[in-house]
Design a protein around this ligand. Sequence first.
Ligand code: ATP
Ligand code: MG
Length: 342
Amino acid sequence: MDLDIGIDLGSSRTRVFVDKKGIILDEASVAAYNVAENRIIAVGDDAYAMIGKTPDSIQAEYPLAGGVIAQSLLAEDMVTILLRHVCTSKIVMPRVVASIPGDITEVEKRAVVNAISSFGVRRVFLIENTKVAAMGAGIDIMSPHGTMVANLGAGTSNVAILSLGGLSVHKTLKLGGNDMDEDIVKYIRKKYSLIIGSPMAEKCKISVGCLSEPEEEKTFRVKGRDAISGLPRFVDVTSSEIMEVIMETAMQIVTLIKDVLEEAPPELVGDVYSDGILLTGGLAKIEGFSQLIADNTDIKVTVAENPEDCVILGCGRAINYIAEVERNAKSKNDINPLMAVY
Ligand SMILES: Nc1ncnc2c1ncn2[C@@H]1O[C@H](COP(=O)(O)OP(=O)(O)OP(=O)(O)O)[C@@H](O)[C@H]1O
Ligand SMILES: [Mg+2]
């Protein structure tokens, strides 16, 4: 019996889709290990809860950064343990569709394949995350109609114009929600002499972060440690204040989108102008991002429904192309969105 699964190995979250079941895992891409014994003690959300709170003997880290694997052994352990929850049979070796950023080197691809293969899989098929994001949002990417997608995550922003199952233009920037969190950490330290960790900054971004004039001014209580006295302290920050802090990073993403538009082939420009730009990925949820992009491009911008799940749902849809790839393994001319079979 075949078991086909999809994996979205993201910089901040790992999601798994199992054919005929749906999304059955969505956990933080974090692994915590005992340094002296080099032994994993927790992965996923359990390991995320340890960030910033670990004693010297334990480290909790993200094995991925900028959408690619930064620590391969840690990534292998994390993926293996997470997949064990999903695929309990020791006999069935799954076929896996995994999403990757658009601009990725052969070495980086290999690292993804190795991390997944360490679990014991039959085959790994890679697919660009903009392609699966569009599929997950219900778009027919095989049609000759052009679709522009911006998949905005924690570590990467991927923008592409798709047509006929392929990427006509695409650009990737290793910049995303994590960089906004860092912007907030630095600002709070500089302005208020308060030291906070990235998880606190992320909470602040999610609750009051916005990128165009907020409908209502919200406040968020940032808790940390005073840089001088070392004692716990808090400050209240507002939406408009945080908007200024994260705007520069957001504008780099806007520039990326404009760069892709400038390179759009004339035949597809009309489609993009009439349909607009589709935003997917968790960062698309930040209030006012679609407005900021629309104001700077003069193009309509739509945020997909549950944007953070588009990539994994698309991986689930891309599973349907596996059989075709395996049947037509030798034919070169067929359009198939899956690439790089390992
Ligand atoms: N409601 C929200 N408001 C603002 N930001 C949000 C919200 N929900 C999630 N995010 C941010 O979205 C990012 C996570 O998005 P996503 O899950 O698409 O990333 P990822 O796939 O793990 O990363 P990448 O694709 O870059 O490797 C994080 O930076 C998170 O803080
Ligand atoms: Mg992602």
